[in-house]
Design a protein around this ligand. Structure first.
Ligand code: HEC
Ligand code: HEC
Length: 145
């Protein structure tokens, strides 16, 4: 009789252990950490935009170059593109800025256009400034040298 009780206790203990590891697997690791999902999000810290003279090195030939300056003041609307004040064919020399790539003047069918193609109008769709911040997840990307 004593033995049966012991076995049942051991079996019950095992069940508890199995049960607890199964529920531990179900919890998902989140970048929010242990912050409650209903709670307010963590206050975003302001990060410094990196200004890099001479620009950032590209990782591969066709990469849209990273933006080496602040962009918060340059708005892009349907009527006006703040980036083209410096980067257009007309203004880039005066502003001592590099002109948008030749590819920016090609239509969908490869026709050369006078103005920047509408496909290249929203600059920050492809070009991004860089912040002085630690990456949230490890990035193992290696560029083609
Ligand atoms: C006041 C003028 C000015 C404005 C406005 C401006 N830029 Fe620039 N940009 C520059 C200058 C000057 C450089 C070159 C910096 C250097 O190489 O040191 C540059 C560099 C760049 C480069 C890097 C090019 C390369 O080959 O590395 C990109 C991309 C770029 N800008 C995108 C943008 C975008 C997108 C906007 C609008 C959100 C913008 N710029 C607005 C002056 C400007
Ligand atoms: C659809 C993606 C895309 C959009 C939108 C785009 N670009 Fe680019 N940009 C590129 C790529 C890719 C390159 C590199 C290849 C090349 O020069 O065409 C580039 C190159 C550049 C360069 C460097 C040119 C050189 O000769 O080194 C500048 C400056 C630039 N873009 C500015 C801009 C500005 C300003 C806008 C908005 C008016 C813009 N780009 C919109 C993809 C894009």
């Amino acid at each position: 009789m004593k033995k049966i009780v012991q076995i049942t206790i051991v079996a019950f203990g095992l069940l508890l252990i199995i049960g607890s590891t199964a529920s531990a697997k179900e919890s998902v690791a989140s970048l929010r950490g242990t912050a409650d999902i209903e709670g307010a999000s963590l206050k975003v810290t302001k990060k410094k935009v990196i200004s890099q003279e001479g620009g950032f090195e590209r990782n591969y030939k066709q990469q849209p170059p990273l933006i080496p300056h602040k962009i918060e003041k340059y708005k892009i609307t349907l009527k006006n593109n703040g980036c083209l004040k410096c980067h257009s064919k007309k203004n880039h020399k005066k502003e001592k800025a590099p002109m948008v790539g030749e590819s920016h003047f090609l239509s969908r069918d490869g026709k050369k256009l006078e103005k920047v193609s509408t496909r290249r109008y929203f600059c920050n769709q492809c070009h991004a400034p860089q912040l002085d911040a630690n990456p949230l997840v490890k990035n193992e990307f290696e560029g083609v040298k």
